[in-house]
Design a protein around this ligand. Structure first.
Ligand code: HEC
Length: 121
């Protein structure tokens, strides 16, 4: 019973955190970044691929991406071609920890597959 309780306690926050990242991403980023299609901004699969190539380790990926989104800068961009094409992304004024949740969600999600986010409405 104790074992079960411990398992329960460690499992639930993991799920909740992932769901939170999904909600935050879909609520705040998808207006510009579609999952698979580049329209007014590069598709998130494109951003994800570039960042994964540059930062294969999750910790580095999350750190760089969340810091960049916190204060977008042409100097620190790893997608110069995207800036030339779409102009620099505007600053969005989100908290760092919110952006870290979103970055972790992007790292973990294969957007070409059906994933855990489902529109409720
Ligand atoms: C108002 C539109 C808009 C919104 C909202 C937006 N982005 Fe962007 N984003 C862009 C555009 C345009 C670019 C391409 C130009 C650039 O790289 O600055 C971009 C580029 C990026 C990049 C590539 C950075 C680089 O190295 O150049 C990342 C990472 C990113 N966005 C993450 C996010 C995340 C995460 C969110 C949600 C919190 C978000 N964006 C919301 C427009 C947007």
């Amino acid at each position: 019973m104790k074992k079960f309780f411990l398992l329960f306690c460690t499992f639930i926050p993991l799920v909740a955190s992932h769901e939170m990242g999904a909600l935050l991403f879909h609520g705040n980023c998808v207006t510009c970044h579609y999952e698979l299609e580049s329209k007014s901004a590069p598709a998130i699969i494109e951003v994800r691929q570039r960042y994964k190539d540059a930062f294969p380790i999750k910790k580095d990926f999350v750190k760089y991406l969340s810091e960049w989104v916190h204060s977008p800068s042409a100097e620190k961009s790893i997608m110069q071609d995207a800036i030339a094409k779409y102009e620099l992304m505007p600053q969005l004024a989100y908290e760092k920890d919110v952006l870290e949740e979103i970055a972790a969600y992007i790292y973990d999600t294969d957007f070409t597959q059906t994933h855990s986010y489902h529109k409720t409405k």
